[in-house]
Design a protein around this ligand. Structure first.
Ligand SMILES: [Zn+2]
Ligand SMILES: [Zn+2]
Length: 147
């Protein structure tokens, strides 16, 4: 069993190394980088999130904020993954922040936008639902990039 585990870990290491080596040139030429986005509300709620994907995972991952209707917390989940569960209470009763029910208006001025697998995920400069005071007073803003 011990030998099996080390063999598995070694193969994963090789795969990860190969993947990074192979995608390096591609990533540089296409400038793959996710956005660092902050969410702030006048009630004091504040969080900083790494959204989108980096060069190592942009084909399989698009990190995007979700609201949990059971425990009222904000979770960053993989929007192109196959399982959506709150990171705090593990409930699957979660709604993506690009859903109209969490948005105060219909602004098209993007603070964050990501296209992957013919799907688009975006956050705009309007007011969103705040998980702490439960009012439409949460504002997203881009504060940087990550890769
Ligand atoms: Zn929850
Ligand atoms: Zn608030």
């Amino acid at each position: 069993m011990k030998y099996f585990l080390s063999a598995v870990i070694a193969s994963i290491a090789v795969i990860v190394y190969t993947f990074q080596f192979n995608t390096d040139g591609f990533a540089h030429s296409h400038d793959i980088a996710g956005d660092i986005v902050s969410a702030k509300c006048e009630c004091g709620f504040e969080t900083t999130m790494k959204l989108g994907g980096g060069k190592a995972n942009y084909k399989t991952t698009c990190s995007f904020p979700y609201h949990c209707k059971d425990c009222f917390s904000l979770s960053v989940l993989n929007a192109i993954g196959d399982k959506f569960a709150c990171k705090k209470c593990f409930s699957e009763n979660v709604v993506s922040y690009d859903n109209d029910s969490l948005r105060a208006g219909k602004s098209s001025n993007n603070v964050f936008g990501w296209n992957v697998n013919e799907k688009n995920f975006s956050l705009t400069d309007e007011m969103y639902f705040c998980p702490q005071c439960r009012e439409m007073k949460l504002k997203f803003s881009q504060v940087g990039n990550w890769d």
